[in-house]
Design a binder for this molecule. Structure first.
Ligand code: SIN
Ligand code: FE2
Length: 213
């Protein structure tokens, strides 16, 4: 199953696994429903850069024991509560955990599911995912809605990069050498999917945060 779904990357990056069209349309619709339910409990917010306070163009929320966020005062971090409601994040729905378990059966379950919402024009600058105590367990990312151009390089900022499209239903896993690879989203191609009611892209990023004892 895994082999059949692995998409071809233009320029393979070690440790990167690409599961093209992994999620059936029905499943994608269900995931959007779940994201809506999560956002009704834990509203989307606009994160801001540490120190400068410059707002990111992406809106976000989380589910799971831990949620990732950034703001001017506290910087990049995980915390157990929503920054505005101060309530615990809703749990990660089983249907999302099942995707993790189907692709990463030997890994401990994720504790954080970051949900990013990109409106047309939103993007994400090149960064590493390294706020987790645990940098061994891969990061699994689900794309829903409009197509984006995703960019990934090596573990040094400013190195050579490659880019490819992520479409609705695609799943990407960054493990091994790609776990600490710089990556970002260059742009969203508005109107390329009608999964969401309006234009835009949803991304769910599942991460294990703590080390396994
Ligand atoms: C991220 O790196 O946090 C998001 C990546 C994506 O939207 O595909
Ligand atoms: Fe990331």
């Amino acid at each position: 199953m895994q082999q059949n779904h692995t998409g071809k990357l233009p320029n393979p990056v070690k440790g990167l696994d690409f599961f093209k069209d992994y999620l059936q349309p029905q499943k994608q619709t269900r995931l959007v429903e779940l994201a809506r339910e999560i956002a009704s409990e834990a509203p989307l917010f606009r994160p801001a850069m540490p120190r400068t306070g410059k707002q990111l163009s992406v809106q976000m929320t989380n589910c799971g024991k831990l949620g990732w966020l950034t703001d001017q005062k506290g910087g990049y971090r995980y915390q157990e509560t929503h920054p505005q409601t101060d309530k615990p994040w809703p749990p990660i729905p089983d249907e999302i955990l099942e995707i993790w378990a189907s692709l990463l059966p030997d890994q401990p379950l994720p504790e954080a599911c970051l949900i990013n919402f990109y409106e047309t024009g939103a993007k994400m600058g090149m960064h590493q995912d390294r706020d987790e105590q645990n940098l061994e367990v891969p990061v699994l990312s689900i794309s829903l809605g409009d197509t984006c151009r995703f960019r990934i390089g090596g573990t040094q900022r400013g190195g050579k990069t490659t880019s490819f499209l992520l479409e609705s239903g695609d799943v990407l896993i960054m493990g091994g050498k790609a776990r600490l690879a710089y990556h970002g989203v260059d742009r969203i191609y508005s109107g390329t999917s009608d999964l969401l009611e309006k234009d835009g892209r949803l991304n769910m990023t599942l991460r294990r945060v703590s080390v396994i004892r």
